[in-house]
Design a protein around this ligand. Structure first.
Ligand code: FAD
Length: 301
């Protein structure tokens, strides 16, 4: 818990984030971040695609506080969409609304994300709106629902640690959804704190969405959840085209490849960009064992 809090605080520090931007990927971040520019991420995805793994691309962006920064983030994502098309990548987009101005002005954010979703729609590319902390959840759902009325190529994420998750999945049952445990530190008044409660609710959400017939991204590194899903889809004759396993780029790569070999759809969440620092610190907070990424780097120099 102590390490988790330390890494969370590091991730929220704009000064450290700014300092890290001056450098290329450091501290072992290159194992989990696919580069700082578009060229590097395209090469990474070509190699993932060659091994049977699709990608969801996240152009990292942290601490967006001005309209100009939000517009730059939008432009960068539009470029990624063009790159997916021109390189014929098996890939879609993941983005965060805070990056596109959610904390500045909700209308600005809506206009930015709408432009992205519209271009992606023209290119038949899916846009996943990642779920951030609880304070942003309702606004995120509202924007995604509004967009979905016009653009079916947009979906979002349900976090199983939230008490409200079952109401949300009922509300969004006709959307393509990513189902996760939840990555932020939330208060007990809104979120389960015990791993067992979070795991049970995740399985219930997964089963509900799979049975409803919508495309489901099961985003976890937890082999127990994955094994449960494999048994469940078998028992209920759910076609393999209706779901995928998602894992973060660089994590449990053996398991990702094994699932491909077994004939499952696998999609890696591939982050890239100069703003790698906050993402990297959150991964360390989530699983302090990942500190071995850092120590290996330091000791093998
Ligand atoms: P955990 O509960 O962390 O781990 C369960 C068990 O799995 C561990 O005890 C261990 O036995 C095994 N395990 C886990 N990781 C490893 C590893 N690296 N190596 C070996 N064994 C391991 N969260 C959000 O809040 N919003 C989002 O939009 C969001 N999107 C995500 C997208 C993807 C593709 C993924 C994978 C996660 C996303 N998350 C998101 C994060 C998610 O909510 C969890 O915080 C994170 O995935 C950790 O939970 P877990 O299910 O992977 O397993």
């Amino acid at each position: 818990m102590f390490l988790r809090n330390v890494f969370m605080q590091f991730s929220e520090n704009p000064m450290l984030n700014k300092a890290a931007q001056q450098y290329g990927l450091k501290l072992g971040a290159q194992h989990v971040v696919a580069g700082t520019n578009l060229e590097e991420v395209v090469a990474t995805i070509q190699s993932l695609n060659a091994s049977g793994i699709e990608a969801t691309i996240d152009h990292l962006g942290e601490f967006v506080t001005t309209e100009q920064e939000a517009t730059q983030a939008k432009e960068a994502i539009l470029e990624v969409i063009h790159a997916i098309t021109s390189h014929d990548l098996q890939a879609h987009i993941s983005l965060k609304l805070s990056q596109l101005g959610l904390d500045i002005d909700i209308d600005l954010c809506y206009d930015n994300v709408r432009e992205i979703v519209e271009l992606a729609y023209e290119h038949n590319i899916f846009i996943n709106v990642d779920m951030e902390n609880y304070d942003r959840a309702q606004a995120t759902f509202d924007i995604v629902k509004e967009l979905h009325k016009v653009f079916p190529n947009v979906g979002t994420v349900i976090q199983s640690y939230l008490h409200r998750a079952k109401d949300d999945i009922e509300d969004l049952k006709d959307f393509r959804l990513r189902l996760v445990k939840g990555a932020y530190k939330e208060d007990a008044s809104v979120a389960y704190q015990r791993k067992l409660d979070i795991d049970i609710q995740l399985l219930e959400l997964i089963e509900y969405h799979l049975l409803h017939g919508q495309f489901t991204s099961i985003a976890t590194h937890d082999h127990n959840i994955i094994e449960h899903v494999k048994r469940f889809v078998e028992e209920h004759h759910i076609p393999r085209e209706q779901f995928e396993f998602q894992m973060l780029y660089g994590f449990r790569t053996d398991l990702q490849q094994a699932l491909v070999t077994e004939g499952y759809r696998v999609c890696a969440y591939v982050p890239f960009g100069k703003d790698w620092y906050g993402y990297f610190m959150r991964r360390l907070a989530e699983r302090p064992q990942n500190i071995s990424l850092v120590t290996k780097q330091v000791f093998t120099k």
